[in-house]
Design a protein around this ligand. Structure first.
Ligand SMILES: Nc1ncnc2c1ncn2[C@@H]1O[C@H](COP(=O)(O)OP(=O)(O)OP(=O)(O)O)[C@@H](O)[C@H]1O
Length: 453
């Protein structure tokens, strides 16, 4: 349920309520994820600001906005201080238009069900703490109060400079994602429908300076007096964060390499991920649905989209498993598993199907020709109509030849991933079955071997 009118740049430049700003402030604009990541460039542009959201109060003064955490098509997410519990929370403020509110109500219903079924909060799904309505200058906004989490896996991939990540770390992350998916699928009957690195958040921040607790940030409890100018407030906060960054580096022992304080000069050396807590949770239920009450045919973000969604053959829980496999590969290599592009005489969908077949072999004819959109891409023999010559490069070979994984590691990882990338959705293992896979416990075995040795 993506908003076709969504403008990422406007979202980034928006105020507390998702409105476009009209004063002056410097903002760092990063190109959207769907652009080629290698060409990403951060550029500074000037936008206008006349509202100071920092210090704004919500829900009768219970929550106080501290700084922006992120934004999406539907919402802006703020770090807020909960004066009742003295904890930091993530305040997701939905845009005010009617269809955004409806989407928020749906998201709240799903998040509430997830919270109700997991009182101990151990199922690797973000926790909804509260929800309320807030009257803004442009109408009413539905707000969700979520537990405050850290950076997304996309941020972790970028932090790692798109390099291969140690498989032991990938395993830790995979266990969390699978725990979350197993809970959603088996216990709740819910399909996430948009699993991808952006929608999985680490439980803590990579950068200690950005963690309000680790950096010892004193909460802002009211709008800074005589300072209604957005840029001035931002400067104040930036300065505070810079100071904290320096102190945090000194305070947290053994983690220096993994802290990118604002004061740190970026270098091109390999970064260590040691010391980063890899525990993570599944977030963003804006596109999620009950398996018995689906509302959209075109789901998932392009690169993580399952073949049955492209072919419109119907889908179920196993679409999340496909996206999970794409995410696991991306963590392990730093590259997207499938990054389709349109070309001369063929579209993105057909290129996507071709890439799948080049990696996984030919799509069985029954599957290739069985969807509502099959005729657009396949002839009756199950061959692509416009892309005829495919170069087969199986996953284990790709992992050794291109990503230089040792043969045994590549084979084991491919044995874990390939069944999840089965073209027949019903042949894909469930999250519960994946959790039993020996690949996930390889490190434990290796450690035991070392102890015994
Ligand atoms: N619980 C949280 N803790 C910390 N940051 C969060 C949290 N939830 C969301 N964020 C930040 O806010 C961003 C937007 O959140 P989210 O993806 O839920 O919004 P959305 O409007 O539904 O986005 P989308 O367009 O992807 O559907 C996230 O990418 C993340 O950076």
């Amino acid at each position: 349920m993506k908003d076709p009118n969504f403008d990422k740049q406007s979202a980034q430049n928006s105020d507390l309520y998702g409105n476009i700003r009209t004063g002056k402030e410097k903002i760092c604009r990063v190109h959207p994820r769907l652009d080629q990541k290698k060409t990403m460039r951060a550029s500074i542009r000037t936008v206008k600001v006349d509202i100071t959201p920092i210090g704004d109060q919500f829900s009768g003064g219970r929550y106080i906005a501290q700084r922006k955490l992120g934004w999406g098509q539907f919402s802006t997410v703020w770090l807020a201080y909960d004066t009742h519990t003295s904890n930091y929370v993530a305040l997701k403020i939905q845009k005010s238009a009617q269809h955004f509110s409806q989407a928020a109500l749906h998201e709240i219903e799903l998040l509430q069900a997830a919270a109700d079924g997991d009182p101990a909060n151990t199922k690797c799904v973000v926790r909804l703490i509260d929800d309320f309505k807030h009257a803004g200058p442009n109408g009413q906004h539905l707000c969700m109060v979520l537990e405050f989490l850290g950076d997304s896996l996309l941020r972790l991939i970028k932090y790692n400079r798109y390099k291969a990540m140690e498989l032991n770390k990938v395993r830790e992350i995979c266990k969390c994602i699978l725990t979350g998916l197993d809970y959603l699928h088996r216990e709740l009957g819910m399909i996430h429908s948009d699993l991808k690195p952006e929608n999985i958040l680490l439980c803590s921040t990579i950068d200690a300076a950005k963690d309000p607790i680790r950096s010892g940030l004193t909460p802002i409890l009211e709008k800074p007096e005589g300072n209604q100018n957005g840029a001035a407030t931002m400067n104040l906060i930036e300065k505070k964060l810079k100071r904290r960054a320096r102190r945090a580096v000194a305070k947290i022992s053994g983690r220096r390499v993994s802290i990118v304080g604002l004061s740190e000069t970026p270098t091109k050396t390999v970064r260590s991920l040691d010391g980063i807590d890899m525990r993570c949770k599944v977030v963003d239920f804006g596109n999620a649905c009950w398996a018995d009450n689906k509302f959209a045919e075109e789901i998932q973000t392009r690169q993580y989209r399952a073949p049955e969604v492209i072919l419109q053959s119907g889908y179920s829980f196993s679409v999340d498993m496909w996206s999970f496999a794409c995410t696991a590969f991306e963590l392990a290599t730093g590259d997207m598993l499938f990054a389709p592009k349109d070309g001369n005489g063929y579209g993105e969908d057909e290129d996507h199907l071709a890439l799948m077949m080049e990696l996984l072999g030919k799509i069985p004819r029954k599957i290739a020709t069985g969807g509502a959109r099959s005729k657009d891409y396949f002839d009756r023999h199950g061959d692509l109509k416009r892309i005829r010559r495919l170069k087969y490069w199986p996953l284990d070979r790709l992992l050794t030849d291109k990503y230089k994984l040792p043969e045994a590691e590549a084979r084991e990882f491919a044995e874990f991933l390939c069944p999840i990338l089965a073209f027949e959705p019903e042949k894909r293992p469930t999250a519960q079955q994946c959790l039993q896979h020996p690949w996930l416990n390889l490190r434990a075995q290796n450690n035991e071997d070392q102890v015994e040795g």
